[in-house]
Ligand binder design. Structure first.
Ligand SMILES: *Cc1c(COP(=O)(O)O)cnc(C)c1O
Length: 423
C-alpha cells in the first residue's frame, strides 16, 4: 500500500499541513468514523448469546472518545479510580463500568463499593481486603456490594512483546486455578459472592487460537468451580495490523467468531444457566483511529546513518522505545503524502535527550526534508494515555476529524504554566 491515510481518506479532505499549522505539532489526530466502526465491530463478536464488549479505557481515556464508546453501546473496563471518574464524567452509568484493579489500597475498593461498581479482585490478598472493606462499611449480608468477581490467571499468555503478556505462570496477574479453594474460604469468611470471573491473556495477538484455547479453559474452570455465574469475561488483546504499508492482514475477526461460537454452545449446554459473556478490547477499539503529526526539524548524517529529527519525542509516543513497537511512517510535504518510491534507509527520532528516543529505526522511507510532517500511523491506543512530560515537554493536543469532516480540538495542548502549577 502506498499510503494508508490516502486510502482511507483519514483527514476527510482536510489538509494535514493546515491542521498542523492551526493546532501545532506534535498533534494526535483522530478519525471519528474509524473509531466508531471498530467500537461497533467488537460489540458484534458474540451475537447468539448475551454479550457486551467492554472497551478497556486505559488504551485511551480522552473523555470525547469515551463518549463515542457510550454512544456505540460499549461498556467499559477501568483500572483505577481516575479511569472510573473519567467514565462517570463521560456519562457512563455505574452498571456499565467494570473495575479491574491490581494491588490497590482499601480506599479504591471502598470508592468502587460506594459507587456501586462491579470489581474484580486480582489476588487472594485483594479479595480478603475487599471482604474487610465490606465489613468496615457495615454492609448487610445481602448488600450488592458483597458481590464481586475474581480474575483468574489462565496459565497461558499471548502478545506482541514479553512486556504485554499478562497471563501465564510468570506474570503478576490473576489468581491461579490451584488457589480456587482459598477463594471460597475467603468468600465464606466475609459473606462475599463471586458473580463473575475474568481473565486477560495479553495484548495484540493476530492469531486467535491462544485466545480461543484460553476461552475453552476459562469455561472449563467455570463449569468445574463456579456454578450460576452472572458473567464470564474472556479478556481483550485482539491485535491490529501495525505493518499496514506492507499489507499486513487484519485480525481475522470473522474466522475468530466462527470458531468461538461452538465453544460457547458446548459450554451453555453443560453449564445449566446462561451467564453474560464479556470481552475487554482496548487497542482494537482505538489504535487505528489515530495518527500523530510531527514536524521534521533537523536532518543529519552520522557515520553513514541518516536521521530525521522530529518533535515526536518518546514522551509523546513511548511505545517504540518501551516495547520496540512498530508504527508505519508516512511523509507529508506541503499537505501531500510523498510517494513511496526511491526509498532510502532513514531513522526517525524525537527531541528527547535519550538514545532510546527513536520512533522508526533504519526504515526505508522517501527522502525526508526539514519542514516535512512525519505522520505516524495507528497511535490511538497507548499513545496519548502513556504520554509523559519528560524533559519538561508539555503533552500534546488532540483533534478529532468528525464524521461531517469538521476538525474539532478534543484536548488542548498542555502548557509550561500547567507544569509550573504543580509547585
Ligand atoms: C490492558 C487490558 C486490556 C486491554 O488490552 P488490549 O490489548 O488493549 O485489548 C483488557 N483487560 C485487561 C485486564 C487489561 O489490563
Amino acid at each position: 500500500m502506498n499510503s494508508y491515510i490516502e486510502k482511507v481518506d483519514f483527514f476527510k479532505g482536510n489538509n494535514p499541513e493546515e491542521i498542523a499549522k492551526t493546532y501545532g505539532t506534535p498533534l494526535y489526530v483522530y478519525n471519528e468514523e474509524i473509531l466508531r466502526s471498530h467500537m461497533h465491530d467488537v460489540s458484534q463478536v458474540i451475537t447468539k448469546y448475551a454479550y457486551t464488549a467492554n472497551y478497556s479505557v486505559k488504551a485511551n481515556t480522552n473523555i470525547n472518545i469515551l463518549k463515542l464508546a457510550l454512544e456505540e453501546g460499549n461498556n467499559c473496563d477501568a483500572m483505577s479510580v481516575g479511569e472510573i471518574e473519567m467514565l462517570l464524567k463521560a456519562g457512563f452509568p455505574e452498571e456499565r463500568i467494570f473495575y479491574i484493579p491490581n494491588n490497590v489500597a482499601e480506599e479504591e475498593l471502598e470508592f468502587a463499593i460506594h459507587n456501586g461498581i462491579m470489581t474484580s479482585l486480582d489476588s487472594l490478598a485483594q479479595l480478603e481486603l475487599y471482604g474487610q472493606v465490606c465489613e468496615n462499611l457495615g454492609l448487610s449480608v445481602d448488600d450488592r456490594g458483597r458481590c464481586c468477581a475474581v480474575r483468574i490467571n489462565p496459565g497461558v499468555g499471548a502478545g506482541h512483546h514479553e512486556k504485554v503478556v499478562t497471563g501465564g505462570k510468570k506474570t503478576k496477574f490473576g489468581i491461579s486455578e490451584d488457589f480456587i479453594p482459598q477463594i471460597f474460604e475467603i468468600t465464606k469468611k466475609y459473606n462475599l459472592k463471586i458473580v463473575g470471573i475474568n481473565q486477560h491473556i495479553g495484548s495484540c495477538f493476530m492469531d486467535p487460537q491462544p485466545y480461543l484455547d484460553a476461552v475453552t479453559n476459562l469455561l472449563r474452570i467455570a463449569t468445574e468451580n463456579f456454578p450460576g455465574l452472572e458473567f464470564i469475561d474472556f479478556g481483550g488483546g485482539y491485535g491490529i495490523p501495525y505493518h499496514k504499508l506492507d499489507d499486513e492482514a487484519p485480525f481475522p475477526m470473522e474466522d475468530f467468531k466462527k470458531k468461538l461460537e461452538p465453544i460457547l454452545d458446548a459450554f451453555v449446554e453443560k453449564y445449566g444457566s446462561k451467564p453474560l459473556f464479556k470481552s475487554e478490547p482496548g487497542r482494537f477499539c482505538v489504535a487505528e483511529g489515530s495518527v500523530i503529526l510531527g514536524r521534521v526539524h533537523a536532518i543529519k548524517e552520522n557515520n553513514g546513518h541518516s536521521f530525521a529529527g522530529t518533535d515526536i519525542g518518546m514522551n509523546v509516543l513511548v511505545r517504540p522505545s518501551m516495547y520496540d513497537s512498530w508504527h508505519d511512517v508516512e511523509v507529508i510535504r506541503e499537505g501531500k503524502v510523498v510517494a513511496r518510491d526511491n526509498l532510502i534507509e532513514q531513522t526517525v527520532t524525537g527531541n528527547i535527550c535519550e538514545s532510546g528516543d527513536i520512533l522508526a529505526k533504519a526504515r526505508p522511507l522517501p527522502q525526508i526534508k526539514r519542514g516535512d510532517l512525519a505522520c505516524l500511523l495507528d497511535t490511538g491506543a497507548y499513545g496519548w494515555s502513556m504520554c509523559s512530560t519528560y524533559n519538561s515537554r508539555p503533552r500534546p493536543a488532540e483533534v478529532m476529524i468528525c464524521k461531517d469532516g469538521t476538525v474539532k480540538q478534543i484536548r488542548r495542548r498542555e502548557t509550561i504554566e500547567d507544569l509550573m502549577g504543580l509547585f
